[in-house]
Each structure stands twice: as structure tokens, then as C-alpha cells.
Design a protein around this ligand. Structure first.
Ligand code: CA
Length: 240
């Protein structure tokens, strides 16, 4: 065993999706012993419901589920979450595994697998997920600024409990600002970070800001959350 494998990953919140009661209990026992927090379900549909309601660091997904084909389940999961997924498969079929990795699985284990093997894969996947991203990793939890909640992973935003219907760019803009509440972000930085442009027209930002303002139920003359400082930048902060 390489030394790297013995690195204990920080505690993770894990969703186990496994219909075999015996395998499921064993997994839960092992993960709990390793100080992870575990929730478990036996069907793909329950798994989808879980990831829609809770934040997990990792999903262990059995491919032979009673309700949905594993590949189908993975696709649906990927439609709503970026959470790392380790596939647990009895199928020792290389083409299938390659396809699943292409479809968004982070790694796989062929059953039966040992606890050590699972720990090693988990550690590697978690390390990759936690250390990934160029520069800043996406915040793992929803951001809260006053009555505004922004969940970067689910790409959902709410104002006073009501879901905001935002375009992709509006969401990116809001999430970026919500990650730095009270900080004046220069326009140049917004262009670079949200629009991925090194130069551009201030109007682009102004137009999106005004759309975003409208959705937040405010306007430039009477700002609540979004404040523009002329010639300086933009900041998001809770209303007084
Ligand atoms: Ca199964």
C-alpha cells in the first residue's frame, strides 16, 4: 500500500445508494467507523431526492438498482449535482466502466471490494474534489447574505425564501458577489471572473446588474443588496 493511501481524509458526508441490505449495512458500518456521516437509500429515485435536499461530499452508487439503470441514475444525478460519485459495480465490463467515467463518475470499484480499497478510492476522490479548481474552490455550502441564499453547487438562489429565476450569467454574477459580501468588487475583476474576459464594455456589466436588480426587486436609485460605486465597482451586502 502506498503511503498516500494511508492519508486519512477529513470527515465526509456520504450518501450510500445500495439496494443490497447486507452490502449496505457493511458500508454504513465501515464509513461510520471511519467517522464519516452517512445517509443511505436503496433506489435511484430516493438518491435523487437525497441529493436535491442535502449536501454530500461523496456518493457511492451501486449500478444494479431496482428502479433505474445505474447509467441512467448517474446521468440524472449529474443533472442536479456536481458531487463526486464512486460507482460500485458488479459488472466487470471495461466498456461500461469507461462509459460511466465519461458520463461523470469520478471513480469506480468492482464488487466485491475491500474496505481498504474503498477508503483509498474515497480519499483520492475527496482530495481531488477538495483541492480542485484553478485557484478558488467553489464554496461547499450555500452563501447567506441577509435574506438572500445562494447555493453555488445547485445553482439556486432564493430571496426571503422565494426562488429566484436567474439566467446563467445573472446567477454567476450574484454568486460571485455573494461570496464576498460587503466587498467592493472592481468591474475589471467582475469581467475577468464572471465573464472570463480581460477587457470589455462596462455596459455589459450594467445591463446584467440592472436585470439582476429587477429580479431582486430593487433598482439603482433605491438599492437594497446591490450597490454600485461609481467608477469603483459593485458590492453586495444585506440591507440595513
Ligand atoms: Ca444492487
Amino acid at each position: 500500500m502506498s503511503p498516500e493511501w494511508r492519508t486519512v481524509p477529513p470527515m465526509a458526508s456520504v450518501l450510500v445508494v445500495e439496494d443490497d441490505q447486507f452490502v449496505r449495512s457493511a458500508l454504513i458500518r465501515h464509513l461510520t467507523d471511519a467517522s464519516h456521516t452517512v445517509r443511505s437509500v436503496g433506489t435511484a429515485l430516493e438518491a435523487l431526492r437525497e441529493v436535491a435536499h442535502f449536501r454530500f461530499d461523496l456518493v457511492i452508487l451501486d449500478l444494479g438498482l431496482p428502479d433505474l439503470d445505474g447509467a441512467e441514475a448517474l446521468k440524472m444525478l449529474r443533472g442536479i449535482t456536481d458531487v463526486p460519485v464512486i460507482i460500485a459495480t458488479a459488472r466487470d465490463d471495461e466498456t461500461e466502466i469507461v462509459r460511466l467515467l465519461n458520463d461523470g463518475a469520478d471513480d469506480y470499484l468492482t464488487k466485491p471490494f475491500s474496505v481498504e480499497h474503498l477508503s483509498a478510492r474515497m480519499a483520492a476522490v475527496l482530495r481531488r474534489a477538495r483541492g480542485s479548481g484553478s485557484g478558488e474552490a467553489p464554496p461547499s455550502r450555500a452563501l447567506q447574505v441577509g435574506g438572500l441564499t445562494v447555493d453555488p453547487l445547485r445553482r439556486q438562489a432564493e430571496l426571503d425564501g422565494a426562488r429566484l429565476d436567474l439566467t446563467r450569467r445573472e446567477f454567476d454574477l450574484l454568486a460571485f458577489l455573494a461570496g464576498r459580501p460587503g466587498v467592493v468588487v472592481p468591474r475589471k475583476e467582475l469581467l475577468a471572473e464572471v465573464w472570463q474576459q480581460s477587457y470589455g464594455d462596462d455596459q455589459t456589466i450594467d445591463v446584467h446588474l440592472s436585470w439582476l436588480r429587477r429580479k431582486l426587486g430593487e433598482n439603482a436609485a433605491n438599492p437594497r443588496y446591490l450597490h454600485t460605486l461609481r467608477g469603483v465597482g459593485v458590492k453586495l451586502e444585506p440591507p440595513l
